[in-house]
Design a protein around this ligand. Structure first.
Ligand SMILES: [Zn+2]
Length: 433
C-alpha cells in the first residue's frame, strides 16, 4: 500500500514536468494532461511505468491552469462503483455516494464490462469531472459544481491527444510495440522514420529500445485513428537515433535529427516493406545463407512470397526480366555511382519497364524464389561504380539538411520534444538498471 502511494506520487511529479515541457510547444494552444496509467487492457510491466498520455481536448478547460489529472479505466467484471473510482484515483466520498445513488439505466453502476470511463481529479483525489459514453452514444458528464455533483449529456467530442510510449525489443518490433500499447500505424511510421538508418529486418537486437511521441485522434475518450509521430528515439545496438517532426511550410513536414539533418536518406536501409507479417522474419537473420555475402555479393532477406519490395532510392530502371540464377530481377541505376538489383522475385509491379523512373519507396516487385533460390527470399545487391558492396557496411549519402534560414525556428519548435525524448531515455535507463 505504501509502495503504491509512493508510485502515485511519482506519477504526479512526472505529469507536472510534462505540463511545463509540453506547454512550451507553440502549436498546442490549449493543453491538458491525462495521466492514463496503466491502461487496464495492457498488463502492467516495466514499460508501463513510463507510459503517459497527454491530451489536447478541443473543448475542455486548460488543466495546466487548474492542476487537474485525467485517468482512464475500463469497467471490469465484478466492478463496483467504489472499485472503479479507486482505480481512477478518485478519493472523494461525496462523489462516490452521488454516483452510487444514481439509478438511471445509463448511470455508472450499470455500465457494461469494457466501457471506458475517464475521471478528472485534483491532486488530493477529489473528483472534478467524470465522463463516459452511454448506450445512446452520447457523452455523460458528471461534474462537481461548487460542491454539488450534476450529470448532463453532451454530444460526441473529438480531440487529438499526444501519446508517449516507450518499449524494449525482445523479439520483433511489433512484439515490443504491442506490449507498449502502440498502434500498428504508429509502429510502421516509427520504422519508416528510421528506415534510412536502421534495417528493421536485420539490425534489431534484443535490448534495443525506443520512445515515441505521437498523435492519436479520440472520439469521446475512445481512440479512433493514429495521427503522426511528433518525435521518436530509437537506440539500436547502442547507437541512439532521434527524429523530430518539423513543418518547413504549412502542411509539409519532415523528420530531422536534433542537429537538423534530414532523417530521410538517399537510400533505404532495407528494400523490404516493413509490416507486421514481414517483421516476423527478422528472427531468421541468422539463416546460413546470410553469412555467405562474400561468395554471392548480395544480401539475402528471408521473407514470405509476395512481400513487397521497394526501390531503395530514386533512380531509373535499367533491367526488368529473367536472368539466369537471379530469376526475375530488377536493376536500377541511381545517382552516380550507385546501382541496385533485386532478385528471385515472384513478379514485378504492373507495367514496370526499362527506362522507367522510380522513386525511393516505390513498390517495384514481390518476393519469390525464382532462379537459383533454395527458399523464398529477396536477393539484394548494392553497387558503387559497378563494384558490389555490402550495403549494411556502406556509409550512405544523406538527403539535404534543414534550410539554414529555418534552423532557429526548427530548434525552437522542437526543443520541448527533444527534452521529452531525453527525459524518457533517462527514465528507461533507470528502469533497466
Ligand atoms: Zn542472394
Amino acid at each position: 500500500m505504501l509502495n503504491q502511494k509512493k508510485s502515485l506520487l511519482h506519477e504526479h511529479k512526472l505529469k507536472l514536468r510534462w505540463f511545463t515541457a509540453i506547454s512550451t510547444i507553440p502549436l498546442l494552444a490549449v493543453v491538458s494532461a491525462f495521466g492514463i496509467i496503466p491502461q487496464s487492457e495492457i498488463p502492467f510491466d516495466l514499460n508501463q511505468k513510463v507510459v503517459e498520455n497527454l491530451v489536447l481536448p478541443t473543448h475542455a478547460h486548460d488543466s495546466v491552469a487548474t492542476g487537474t489529472f485525467w485517468r482512464s479505466e475500463r469497467v471490469q467484471r465484478g466492478d463496483t462503483v467504489d472499485e472503479l473510482l479507486r482505480r481512477l484515483n478518485v478519493d472523494d466520498p461525496a462523489a462516490s455516494q452521488y454516483l452510487r445513488n444514481a439509478k438511471n439505466p445509463d448511470s455508472l453502476q450499470h455500465l457494461p464490462v469494457g466501457k471506458n470511463v475517464q475521471a478528472e481529479t485534483l491532486a488530493d483525489g477529489s473528483l472534478v469531472s467524470l465522463r463516459y459514453i452511454n448506450s445512446a452514444g452520447k457523452q455523460v458528464i458528471t461534474e462537481n459544481r461548487q460542491g454539488r455533483f450534476e450529470t448532463r449529456e453532451a454530444e460526441l467530442q473529438s480531440e487529438k491527444r499526444i501519446l508517449v510510449r516507450t518499449g524494449r525489443i525482445s523479439s520483433t518490433l511489433f512484439a515490443a510495440t504491442d506490449q507498449a500499447g502502440i498502434s500498428d500505424s504508429a509502429a510502421v511510421q516509427l520504422a519508416d522514420i528510421f528506415s534510412g538508418d536502421i534495417d528493421f529486418h536485420r539490425d534489431l537486437r534484443k535490448g534495443d529500445h525506443f520512445s515515441v511521441i505521437y498523435e492519436m485522434n479520440y472520439s469521446n475518450g475512445e481512440p479512433v485513428s493514429t495521427g503522426k509521430i511528433l518525435a521518436a528515439e530509437f537506440i539500436n545496438q547502442g547507437h541512439a537515433y532521434q527524429a523530430l517532426y518539423f513543418e518547413s511550410s504549412p502542411g509539409h513536414g519532415n523528420y530531422y535529427s536534433p542537429d537538423g539533418h534530414s532523417m530521410h536518406k538517399a537510400f533505404l536501409r532495407s528494400p523490404l516493406e516493413f509490416t507486421r507479417v514481414s517483421s516476423g522474419f527478422s528472427l531468421s537473420r541468422f539463416h546460413p545463407i546470410l553469412n555467405k555475402w562474400r561468395a554471392h555479393k548480395g544480401v539475402d532477406y528471408a521473407a514470405s512470397i509476395g512481400t513487397k519490395v521497394k526501390a531503395t532510392a530514386d533512380g531509373v530502371v535499367s533491367f526488368v526480366g529473367n536472368m539466369g540464377g537471379y530469376g526475375n530481377v530488377i536493376m536500377i541505376n541511381h545517382q552516380s555511382p550507385y546501382s541496385t538489383a533485386y532478385g528471385h522475385l515472384s513478379r514485378f509491379a504492373t507495367g514496370l519497364h526499362k527506362g522507367q523512373r522510380v522513386q525511393q519507396g516505390d513498390i517495384i516487385g514481390y518476393v519469390g524464389q525464382t532462379g537459383l533460390a533454395t527458399g523464398p527470399h529477396l536477393h539484394y545487391e548494392f553497387k558503387i561504380n559497378g563494384v558490389h558492396h555490402n550495403p549494411l557496411n556502406v556509409a550512405l549519402p544523406d538527403a539535404k539538411p534543414i534550410n539554414p534560414a529555418q534552423k532557429r525556428q526548427f530548434l525552437a519548435s522542437t526543443s520541448a520534444l527533444k527534452e521529452q525524448l531525453n527525459l524518457l531515455d533517462s527514465k528507461q535507463l533507470a528502469a533497466a538498471n
